[in-house]
Design a protein around this ligand. Structure first.
Ligand code: PLP
Length: 419
């Protein structure tokens, strides 16, 4: 039955692209859809699909679009840059300006390097941490996502604080074995792992607000303890702020919670909706990168002129604190309105409706949620023209264009869903 209902476009996509999509979540299988949404264009808080629907979009390209789709200032900046040439593979003034904007905003970052994706930024930050410490092991949290580099596609072995095992075919056992995986928000597990592996530990990498298992805030003291564990063991603390950077405050989660990492990974908002990401930190560490130091890292399109123009057009506007006040207020309003559906967890303009009746503290808790019910909610909202994240384990990403009308409409649609 599903076959006959598939659009010609999806059938063609399936013939040409594995699963018909360039990133798995887009297939929407977790919420039981027969085919992906093919988006034709976006405007503000809305997208239009190829089959002629206009949807209120809470996914917003998974976070980059703080000022909405087709934001005029961004589009104009990209257009102007494109007229001057789309890539040089050479240094430009705009990349220096974007670096200055990042260093000004993010408390722990003294120097920064631009790359093209969050995956690349996280992978490079870890290589740098390993080069700086002359150690191999890293520690990550279960359900923490840092892109798809080999070492980061590791799952917990059996038992507390054991060496990791590959989370995907194709990941070498050795790459995963240097990755220790512990539950998020679990101080004892982290301390135990550092006790066991501290001498060989290059870095602890963590999303300071977990946002790839649904949104899970750090419990009081958690980030502080990770900082302390790094200080005693000599490992570097790496905050993956690809989602939280410029979202939960201008300076990211490190500003909001007052805990400073050694290295910070940025993506999504920093590129204003174009492919750009970054990693930065203390000058002493960053200067180990080639050509000023021996740790190799490079990129043909790194600091691409279109992407730096888009990033600059967005980041410059974030100096106005009113942006964050408005995001905070509206996100709180939305969270209140969605409260009856389940357990809403929110930090700034970043939230998830968990189909749970208890707090979700880690990936295990998240996996206990009623994902069938979430899928039913997703499909119900989609029928009402409201596009929620197509998975229980993702966040909603309000923009400044998600105002009262959009919130009211979403809450009304949610109320029609049987509790
Ligand atoms: C999206 C994401 C990444 C990966 O970024 P890509 O640009 O998709 O490679 C890394 N870390 C976190 C926390 C993310 O949310």
């Amino acid at each position: 039955m599903a076959l006959t209902q598939r659009s010609a476009l999806y059938r063609r996509a399936l013939e040409l692209i594995p699963g018909g999509v360039d990133s798995p979540v887009r297939a929407m299988r977790a919420v039981g859809l027969d085919e992906p949404l093919f988006v034709r264009n976006g405007e503000g808080a809305y997208v239009d699909t190829e089959d002629g629907r206009r949807l209120l979009d809470w996914v917003m390209s998974w976070g980059p679009l703080l000022f909405g789709h087709a934001d005029r200032e961004t589009v104009e900046a990209v257009r102007e840059a494109a007229l001057c040439g789309t890539s040089f593979g050479a240094a430009t003034e705009a990349e220096v300006e974007l670096a200055a904007e990042i260093v000004d905003a993010v408390p722990s970052v003294e120097k920064v390097r631009l790359v093209s994706s969050g995956t690349e930024a996280a992978m490079s930050a870890l290589r740098l941490a390993r080069g700086f410490t002359n150690r191999d092991r890293i520690l990550k949290t279960a359900g923490g996502y840092h892109g798809h580099a080999d070492a980061l596609l590791a799952s917990a072995g059996s038992g507390l604080a054991t060496l990791g095992i590959p989370a995907s075919p194709g990941v070498p056992t050795g790459a995963a074995a240097d990755t220790i995986v512990v539950p998020y928000n679990d101080l004892d597990a982290a301390a135990d792992a550092v006790m066991r592996y501290g001498e060989g530990l290059a870095a602890i990498i963590v999303e300071p607000v977990a946002a790839n298992m649904g949104v899970v805030p750090p419990e009081p003291g958690y980030l502080e303890t990770l900082r302390r564990l790094c200080d005693v063991s000599g490992a570097l603390l790496v905050f993956d702020e690809v989602i939280t950077g410029f979202r939960v405050s201008r300076g990211g989660a490190q500003e909001r919670y007052g805990v400073l990492p050694d290295l910070t990974v940025l993506g999504k908002i920093v590129g204003g909706g174009l492919p750009l990401a970054a990693f930065g930190g203390r000058a002493e560490v960053m200067d180990l990168l080639a050509p000023s130091g021996p740790v190799y890292q490079a990129g043909t399109l790194a600091g691409n002129p279109l992407a730096t123009a888009a990033g600059l057009s967005v980041l410059r506007r974030l100096r106005d604190p009113a942006v964050y006040d408005e995001l905070e207020q509206n996100a709180a309003l939305l969270a209140d309105g969605l409260g009856p559906l389940g357990r809403v967890q929110r930090v700034g303009a970043l939230l998830t409706v968990f189909m749970a009746d208890r707090p979700v503290r880690n990936f295990d808790d998240a996996q206990q949620c009623d994902t069938e019910r979430y899928a039913a909610l997703f499909r119900h909202l989609l029928e009402q023209g409201v596009y929620f994240p197509p998975s229980q384990f993702e966040g909603l990403f309000p923009s400044t264009l998600h105002g009262e009308a959009e919130i009211e409409r979403t809450v009304a649609a949610a109320e029609a869903f049987g509790h």
